[in-house]
Design a protein around this ligand. Structure first.
Ligand code: ADE
Length: 226
């Protein structure tokens, strides 16, 4: 998978890809991340990427021309499955969307800033608009990092244990069961006996029950209850 991220603040997006699982995914050649500074696509000396909005009103709007140039440059080199725009008014990001995106080959992610982008960018270039939640961030970069993290860990070979992503919370619309590790008794707080019993069918049933109970208690909406 290749992800091209268009941003006015590339610095925000360096460290997430320089550590841990995402770093290893890149080193293994399973994903390529390319950051593009929108200012590199501006021809004027002031490197202006935003302007006042027509009709008046507070807040600057990201201009169409540098975005067009950047996207056109990328599209001239390869085909893209989606051009994603990170915005609080996009469709709410969830595990299903992450699963679907993880099957794509080439993606462009555009990070919004200020009051957002000129509507014509959305009308003519964007194929998918994603929000990570009902709150407003200063820009789409952190949201893009979250989407990349959730997607990249699903690519086969990224996680050491293939089954690990499949047993994550939300993969079957249920929260994951509780997990424990050594010591089995810490200050009298004991690990549920079934987990140390060695009876794997029983452990599996216990985990399924716990997943269901946890979901019912913490996220009844996932079960269609309120
Ligand atoms: N940009 C600003 N806020 C955002 C959000 N909640 N999700 C995605 N992109 C954003």
């Amino acid at each position: 998978m290749r992800i091209d991220i268009i941003t006015v603040v590339p610095d925000i997006l360096t460290s997430p890809f320089e550590v841990s699982i995402l770093k290893r995914a890149i080193e293994k050649g399973l994903v390529e991340i390319h950051l593009h500074n929108l200012r590199d696509y501006v021809t004027d000396n002031y490197k202006q990427i935003d302007d006042y909005q027509f009709g008046g009103g507070a807040g600057m709007v990201m201009m169409i021309e540098p975005i067009d140039k950047c996207i056109a440059n990328l599209k001239s080199q390869r085909d893209y499955d989606d051009v994603i725009y990170m915005t609080p008014d996009g469709a709410r990001f969830d595990q299903k969307t992450a699963n679907a995106i993880s099957l794509k080959e080439n993606l462009i992610i555009l990070c919004g800033h200020y009051k957002g982008v000129d509507q014509r960018v959305r009308d003519h270039f964007i194929t998918k608009e994603i929000s990570i939640g009902d709150y407003v961030l200063s820009g789409g970069e952190l949201a893009a990092a979250i989407v990349c993290d959730a997607v990249i860990r699903l690519i086969p070979g990224v996680l050491g244990n293939e089954t690990s992503a499949l047993t994550d919370s939300f993969q079957d619309d249920l929260l994951a069961p509780p997990v424990y590790t050594r010591p089995a008794d810490y200050k009298g707080w004991k690990v549920p006996e079934v987990l140390t019993s060695g009876n794997f069918p029983k452990i599996e049933t216990w985990r399924e029950d716990q997943s269901y109970e946890r979901t019912k208690k913490l996220r009844p909406d996932l079960l269609g209850e309120e």
